[in-house]
Design a protein around this ligand. Sequence first.
Ligand code: PGA
Length: 253
Amino acid sequence: MKIRRPIIAGNWKMHRTLSEAENLVKGLLIELTDLSDTDVVLCPPFTSLAKVADLVAKTPVRVGAQDMYWEKEGAFTGEISATMLRDVFCRYVILGHSERRQYFGETNALVNRKAKAALAASLRPIVCVGETLDQREKQDFKGILRTQLRESLEGISVEEIEEAIVAYEPVWAIGTGRNATPAQAQEVHALLRATLTDMTGAKTAAKIRIQYGGSVKPANAAELLAQPDIDGALVGGASLDARAFAAIVKAAT
Ligand code: PGA
């Protein structure tokens, strides 16, 4: 049994209409049989959040959003607030995914504002960090990862930080079919935990869950999740297939 309760989240990205989401969740609920030892979170697009939350309401499965804005309300066309997410029974929110950083210009400072707003509204942020292939090959990628983590979580109290989840997602492994090896992932997870120890102390750092993400599949999940500092997975592609996602959850249990 792991010290930290495993957490498997499915990041659906920009996939699935309302009726498709309904079918996927119904399929998943048939496949997911034992959830006693693992937290499972589904992160559909905004348009399906309320529906998915309704479908899983009587189960231990939780719902998360893929992004949010930090202001409570106002003239921010196109944005969604933490209060609105809570209103449709969201408990989690993915923040700073590499696709948000890459295509929508999100910075660590911006992720930090969102993380603080999420925690203030009792939403658990899943804060993503990860290096590109170029950074891994040519730069001090460990320094880059440490900075991403520090700046994204800066100024958050020790009590609140325990509610946060960190996701390590090497950008070169996302959607490529090329996952980090368990040893490569463990090395970075240990580094991130050491950084959290510097920031919050060993006791708190030992409680924070760090997910791995990037081409997690049923075939590689068990080996990745067996690593001492890998406490779960953030799953993209495979989370759109009920059987594959359930097999990953089983690997964590
Ligand atoms: P992938 O995506 O599992 O399709 O590689 C992971 C993610 O981007 O969260």
